[in-house]
Design a protein around this ligand. Structure first.
Ligand code: U2F
Length: 450
């Protein structure tokens, strides 16, 4: 059945920054298989649609919304700038686009799916009298701190001591104030993004379903707390075990062949996600550590390696290393030669590390990344943070050696293997994510068929 012939119409509102639209699209792809007679309109900023949206999907059509950028705007390297403009344009740009889609297709909207960031989804859904499904694309733990913002603020204050543990929350005693996203209890709590996340925490109780890209066993205590808060909080991931988006399998730089030339569990894979490049002195520190330890490395680096890395580094390590502008990360992490993943701790990277059973070294930058780092290190024990939170030559050397060539590294690999098994079990028929997904489909279709 094609987009035009469907009798039901679901509008999807994507968040066009970081790796948000890809998991949302994966979620919608799964739903489109499970919901017959339903068409999906995927509303997103043009740039993000161009990079995430494959051509020719039968039941899913993409539409561009205004990105809020002033005319003639040129990106000068600050990733927060386009985000701030975009946040000024919401929800008006989406409301307008929904009107256009309804007019063009002649089909009213029966259900709204949004990135959970969009607290205003609650109002749009109320206005249209339709269900609202919110997809949280990061970890349950990162969601929980936003849902419980007021409790956390009450206990630790605003801009209070950074090393205070959050021991007033179950299973948070090893998490400190410093691990919370910026703007939750420190920094500018009224800035656009923190304000949006705060509103999200308050509005999510109005969602018909809150779905997340994780699985029940990964952070079970936190998941159970969320289930107590929201009767329809459903872990339906990890999506990377269900579907792999086309952008992550492109291997035009021959990285998989290169990986195959190396010994098992020996290669350092480096990637700081889709948004961030570490500052020059940290790039240099990492290069020096790699060079001194002589570990083979594969580095997905945005920018210009010749300009950003130490003079002569590329030449000196050419037999040991490979630098590419984009790598098929999921496949690299599944490759037997990879031994450690140096990462920024983005949620998709954590899930892909679990899938590949590769211990992580995390250098977090913003949002949930510090909380993920701490959780990986202290709660799950399959990776390391860095002393002082940044890359230094000695810190990187120590962490790389520990994971690649010590007993502790082996233990981490064991721990992550256990997680991989649990993740695989969750997405199997009768597994928790699979069952949760069926519940989600029922909840959505019952509510809009009435
Ligand atoms: C934001 O995500 P990021 O894009 O910064 O980071 P990840 O969640 O780790 O996702 C990166 C994705 O890009 C892929 C990689 C991941 O699926 O496989 N990728 C690739 O295929 N090839 C490359 O060379 C480099 C990356 C945000 F910054 C995070 O804090 C959030 O946790 C996340 C989810 O909400 O979104």
């Amino acid at each position: 059945e094609s987009y035009r012939n469907a009798s039901k119409h679901i509008a999807v509102l994507a968040f066009p920054f970081g790796t948000h639209a890809v998991p949302l699209l994966n979620f919608v792809l799964q739903l489109s298989d499970a919901c017959p007679h339903t068409m999906f309109s995927f509303l997103n900023a043009q740039q993000s649609n161009n990079s995430t949206f494959p051509k020719n999907l039968d039941k899913i059509k993409s539409f561009n919304v205004w990105d809020g950028l002033p005319e003639g705007y040129t990106f000068r390297g600050n990733p927060h700038e386009p985000l701030d403009y975009f946040l000024k344009a919401v929800p008006g740009n989406f409301i307008k686009a929904i009107d256009v889609v309804v007019f063009e297709t002649g089909k009213p909207i029966d259900c709204l799916i949004t990135d959970a960031f969009y607290a205003f989804g609650a109002d749009i859904a109320d206005e249209l009298n339709i269900p609202w499904v919110a997809l949280w694309t990061a970890s349950p733990r990162a969601l929980f701190v936003h849902v419980d913002s007021d409790v956390i603020r009450h206990h630790v204050g605003i801009n209070g001591p950074k090393d205070k543990p959050l021991d007033f929350l179950p299973d948070f005693s090893s998490i400190r104030v410093a691990d919370l996203p910026n703007g939750l209890t420190s920094g500018d709590i009224d800035a656009p993004m923190p304000a949006l996340l705060y509103k999200m925490g308050v509005s999510l109780s109005r969602a018909t379903v809150i779905a997340t890209n994780s699985y029940e066993d990964l952070d079970n205590t936190v998941v159970n707390m969320l289930k107590l808060r929201f009767s329809t909080f459903l872990n339906v991931g990890p999506f990377n075990l269900v579907s792999v988006s086309s952008s992550t399998v492109d291997d035009s730089h021959g990285t998989l062949d290169w990986m195959s030339k190396h010994e098992a569990a020996s290669v350092v894979y480096i990637s700081f996600g889709s948004v961030i490049t570490p500052p020059p002195h940290e790039l240099h520190a990492l290069c020096e550590a790699l060079e001194e330890c002589e570990f083979p490395y594969l580095w997905s680096l945005r920018g210009n390696p010749k300009k950003q890395l130490p003079l002569g580094f590329l030449e000196r390590t050419s037999s040991k290393g490979k630098i590419v502008p984009w790598a098929p990360q999921q496949k690299i992490l599944e490759h037997p030669s990879v031994g450690v993943f140096v990462s920024h701790g983005g949620w998709n990277s954590v899930l892909e590390s679990i899938n590949g059973t590769v211990p992580m070294i995390c250098r977090p930058f913003f949002g949930d990344q510090q909380l993920n780092t701490r959780t990986v290190e202290v709660v799950w024990g399959f990776g390391l943070g860095l002393e002082g939170g940044t890359l230094t030559k000695e810190g990187a050397k120590q962490a790389l050696k520990l994971i690649l060539s010590s007993q502790e590294g082996k233990k981490m690999r064991e721990k992550i293997r256990v997680q991989k098994e649990l993740a695989c079990k969750a997405v199997k028929p009768n597994g928790s994510s699979n069952e949760n997904f069926k519940t989600l489909v029922k909840l959505v279709s019952n509510s809009y068929q009435q």
